[in-house]
Design a protein around this ligand. Structure first.
Ligand code: SF4
Ligand code: FES
Length: 236
């Protein structure tokens, strides 16, 4: 790492980063994990989930879209931010229809893993049980909006990586939903099971058909280690 980079602190830990890096990029490099649901290093940030929100010089800022600045003071691992992140996760759970014990994604789901990491084991807010459409029109790819958390990763992956722009959002507010670029549904699009837009889904909303449960429960990614471990492991 360059010694003439941008110097700042995260929870009191000194970090040096290249100018132009975002806080989350700099922290990932430094082995400091900032919780996130809609950020991936291989896609442009969307700033959708707000889970990465930190205090930067005492003001809230989303770490995935905020560039580093010299002498900035970042707070990430605090009781206040933990409580706010727990609320975000809880709202995502009660606003959708999540059936973790039977979901194909269980053990490999970022939302479930984040709830465990943040110590959220029971919901206090009332479940809303919304009616949401599923789309089974494609022979190989299944879209279940019941678990969609509107992270936008499929939208960005389809546009920037797959170069297909299969997905987008429609409607507003509580009615916002993932849409596809064919009136007949996924089956009318050119999506393929190997597209990044499918595998990038952090929950069980986009799945490849006929491949379920190939990896048994108990042997999945987050059964082995908590979410964020791969980043924190860089610190040794
Ligand atoms: S379908 Fe998956 S990747 Fe797409 S917005 Fe919903 S949760 Fe995110
Ligand atoms: S990870 Fe930054 S807003 Fe979602």
């Amino acid at each position: 790492m360059s010694t003439d980079g941008v110097r700042f602190t995260v929870d009191g830990v000194p970090v040096v980063a290249q100018a132009g890096r975002t806080i989350i990029q700099a922290c990932d490099d430094a082995g400091i994990y900032i919780p996130r649901l809609c950020y991936r290093s291989d896609l442009p940030p969307g700033g959708e989930c707000r889970l990465c929100t930190c205090k930067v010089n005492d003001r809230y800022a989303a770490a995935c879209v905020t560039p580093v600045a010299a002498s900035m003071v970042v707070q990430n691992d605090t009781a206040e931010l933990l409580a706010e992140r727990q609320t975000i996760i809880e709202m995502l759970f009660v606003e959708g229809n999540h059936t973790c014990p039977t979901c194909e994604k269980s053990g490999d789901c970022d939302l479930q893993a984040m709830a465990y990491r943040l110590g959220l084991h029971a919901m206090q807010l009332p479940y809303q049980w919304p009616r949401r459409e599923i789309d089974a029109t494609h022979p190989q790819v299944f879209l279940d909006r019941n678990t969609c958390i509107l992270c936008g990763l499929c939208v960005r992956a389809s546009r920037f990586a797959d170069r297909k722009s299969v997905f987008g959002f429609e409607n507003r507010g509580a009615q916002t939903r993932v849409a596809v670029n064919a009136p007949s549904g996924l089956g009318g699009t050119d999506i393929e099971p190997g597209d990044l837009a499918v595998s990038v889904c952090p929950v069980g909303a986009l799945l490849v058909k006929h491949t379920g449960y190939q990896t048994p429960y108990g042997k999945r990614r987050f059964d082995e280690q908590p979410i964020g471990s791969e980043i924190e492991g860089k610190r040794g």
